[in-house]
Design a protein around this ligand. Structure first.
Ligand code: IVH
Length: 686
């Protein structure tokens, strides 16, 4: 149904001239060819301007004769209306995963096993990069791209056809000799590094969160309900397996890749046929050396027995084939020196030790600091100033110190100790387990800056234009001493600041004024009370309805709420008992901040899930976590991140974590995604 809207039906169009018809075919062929050269071969032959000219001409011709628009036209990549949800697709063949190894010794073991099972000493392997993206299945009927899906749980994936259509390296129509009537192929969708960084720059400029790594960016872009968004994201695809064909298959994996190329599909450019396992090891070594110069992320190489009949003979285990293995690269590590250990003070006063490193490049990124988490961690790793350490960056994670290179103790500096006074405001430091806190609260400039940044952040009062740099200037110049001072700022104050002119001052003052009307939960969250994040703020707002009611609730009353235990209730009470905090809230209200109360929902026991709490673990196929959460919340339930005896249901998706085991242990009811959906549907939701 939806697809139809891509091909407009027009009954009264001008007569089509032969010349127009021929030109249209010619333009489509040319554009497809240039797409292929640009996106697949990375060797464009025309300028962007020339390409745009051809594209515009095609659009104009198609506007003149809409009945000539075919689904495989390059103009038809975008334009499908947004979906309400992603449908499910059952894969024709299970989409398996791969066993992985890191140690070269294990590759030799793999080779021995292959030789033993195939009873031969001459095995040909194909090796190619292991792309770090999102695995997809693409289906072509009569050469036309008809369906694409995510891997999901291996049998059931999500239908992302309209999103995949927007990827320019994905041909909408295949051509060539021996093209089967039906073809299902598997490949990886990913984002090139340059495109990923440019996308993140665009996102942050617009005040949106940046993606942590290219894989997340690709996954987030592909699982969109609105294909226009996917179209604006620079994704590419590479195919590496034929899953099913309507006819005979090529005899080997190598021939399969060659056939895919003939039919117009992109395949790994780096690939090699190896006669010996030594050649496999050599390819792995050479590819790892090349890794940092590649335009995309890879995390190893995939080794596959080349001959199709041998693959069939070897067969598969429950989740992975016996004839292939992922030979991963070890995480990127480099050696450097700890020049100093600094302490950063967070918004709640937590002191975090940070290793300041002699700058070193790890996998293309220069690293000059690594978090040491807390005092216990420093003690455990026994990191001291002057030590030589190995720093590690695995994929996206924040650099960490993997290990210290041991040297005799007498040559080392004194063991690290947490300070007794806050390095920023000199207030006394208090200790709670492994954590140390500055007791200076809002009189500590570091805490004040953090508190204001948090108050102004998107999830709280969303004051656009009040970023880190501006906050630092406001605090350092003494213009803002507590949250209420924000609402006392005027144009003259702002014009004093570096980088502020008339327009930027007006914009910030407007944004501050706009934040004066705020829903209770966002205001509560903005206060930055320890343990009170977005979710707990919502729970409190729903339960109590007004700020006054929350402020006057004692610990017993607070703990009557399912999600609130002794720690959160203690934190809330001590925050509201503090005179200075009450004064700031009072000042904020006097300055015109109007907190929108919510009618208490405790009367809403009529909602089907009132009083029931859910915990999700593992990936859901039918909906995103956010969608599932809002579904539960709409029906009066709550969603929590950890399992306790108070949890009503644990919903288990793909590759669940330890929460399932915990649920079993505590006797909490476990639901799979289907059961969860049924439960929702039974409750009047569709
Ligand atoms: S072959 C039956 N080849 O790695 C074999 N997989 O951990 C199917 N991957 O889920 C996989 N590059 O998403 C194969 N050249 C490549 C690959 C590749 C990346 C991914 C794939 C799979 C995961 C296995």
């Amino acid at each position: 149904m939806r697809q139809d809207s891509l091909y407009p039906d027009s009954s009264s169009t001008p007569e089509i001239s032969r010349a127009d018809r021929d030109r249209l075919t010619d333009l489509k062929t040319q554009i497809r060819h240039h797409d292929y050269l640009y996106y697949v071969k990375d060797q464009p032959e025309v300028s962007d301007g020339e390409y745009d000219r051809l594209f515009r001409e095609l659009v104009e011709l198609e506007q003149k004769h809409p009945e000539l628009i075919t689904p495989d036209s390059p103009t038809q990549r975008v334009g499908a209306p947004p979906l309400d949800e992603l449908g499910k697709v059952r894969h024709e063949q299970p989409m398996l995963s791969l066993d992985s190894i890191v140690d070269p010794e294990e590759v030799l073991v793999f080779d021995q096993r292959m030789r033993r099972e195939l009873e031969t000493n001459r095995i040909e392997y194909t090796v190619e990069p292991k792309f770090d993206g999102l695995s997809v299945e693409l289906v072509y009927d009569q050469g036309r791209f008809v369906r694409g899906s995510t891997r999901g749980d291996g049998s059931l994936g999500e239908d992302i056809t309209i999103n995949l259509r927007t990827i320019r390296s994905l041909p909408l129509q295949l051509h060539g000799e021996n093209l089967p009537d039906h073809l299902a192929v598997r490949g990886e969708v990913y984002m090139r590094l340059g495109d990923f960084h440019a996308l993140n720059r665009r996102m942050t400029e617009r005040g949106l969160d940046a993606f942590a790594n290219p894989r997340n960016a690709a996954a987030g872009s592909l699982r969109q309900l609105d294909s226009q968004i996917t179209a604006s994201r620079p994704l590419v695809v590479t195919c590496y397996e034929v899953m099913a064909t309507g006819g005979p298959r090529p005899e080997s994996h190598w021939d399969e890749l060659e056939a895919l190329i003939q039919w117009g599909l992109p395949v790994p450019v780096l690939r090699r046929r190896c006669d010996t396992i030594d050649q496999v090891l050599e390819f792995h070594r050479a590819t790892e050396q090349q890794r940092d110069n590649l335009a995309y992320e890879i995390d190893g190489v995939v080794v596959k027995v080349n001959r199709g009949d041998w693959q069939a003979r070897l067969g598969m285990k429950s989740r992975s084939p016996r004839w292939a293995i992922a030979f991963k690269f070890p995480p990127r590590k480099e050696i450097t020196e700890v020049q100093d250990i600094a302490i950063s003070v967070g918004r709640t006063g937590t002191l975090t030790p940070l290793a300041l490193l002699k700058p070193v490049e790890v996998g293309g990124v220069t690293i000059s600091r690594a978090t040491l988490h807390n005092a216990d961690e420093v003690a455990r790793k026994d990191i001291r100033v002057g030590d030589t350490v190995r720093v590690e960056r695995a994929g996206d994670v924040i650099p960490a110190i993997a290990e210290r290179i041991p040297v005799p103790d007498e040559t080392r500096s004194a063991p690290f100790q947490m300070p007794n006074a806050c390095p920023v405001c000199s207030a006394a430091v208090a200790r709670e387990g492994a954590y140390y806190y500055c007791t200076g609260q809002a009189s500590c400039p570091a805490q004040l800056k953090g508190a204001i940044e948090h108050f102004a952040s998107k999830a709280a009062l969303n004051i656009e234009g009040l970023g880190k740099k501006t906050v630092a200037q406001l605090v350092d110049r003494g213009l803002v001493k507590d949250l209420s001072d924000l609402y006392r700022l005027d144009r003259e104050h702002l014009l004093e600041l570096e980088g502020f002119a008339e327009r930027s001052s007006t914009l910030l003052l407007d944004a501050i004024a706009q934040s004066k009307t705020m829903p209770l939960d966002r205001f509560l969250m903005g206060l930055g009370i320890r343990q009170v994040g977005q979710h707990i703020a919502k729970v409190l707002a729903q339960e109590f309805g007004t700020l006054e009611a929350i402020m006057s609730a004692d610990q017993d009353r607070l703990q009557q709420i399912r999600e609130i235990g002794p720690e959160i209730s203690a934190s809330l009470c001590s925050y509201f008992q503090e005179r200075s905090n009450r004064q700031v809230i009072d000042q904020l209200q006097k300055l015109g901040l109007s907190i929108q109360s919510r009618p208490p929902l405790s009367i809403s026991t009529d909602l089907p899930f009132s009083g029931r709490s859910f915990v999700f673990t593992g990936g859901l196929i039918r909906m995103t976590r956010n969608e599932a959460t809002s579904l539960v919340e709409r029906l009066g339930g709550t969603v929590s991140s950890s399992v306790s005896r108070k949890t009503t249901y644990v919903v288990v998706g793909d590759e669940p974590g330890s929460k399932r085991d915990q649920a079993m242990k505590l006797g909490v009811q476990v639901l799979n995604e289907e059961e969860f959906e049924r439960l929702m549907n039974r409750s009047g939701n569709t």
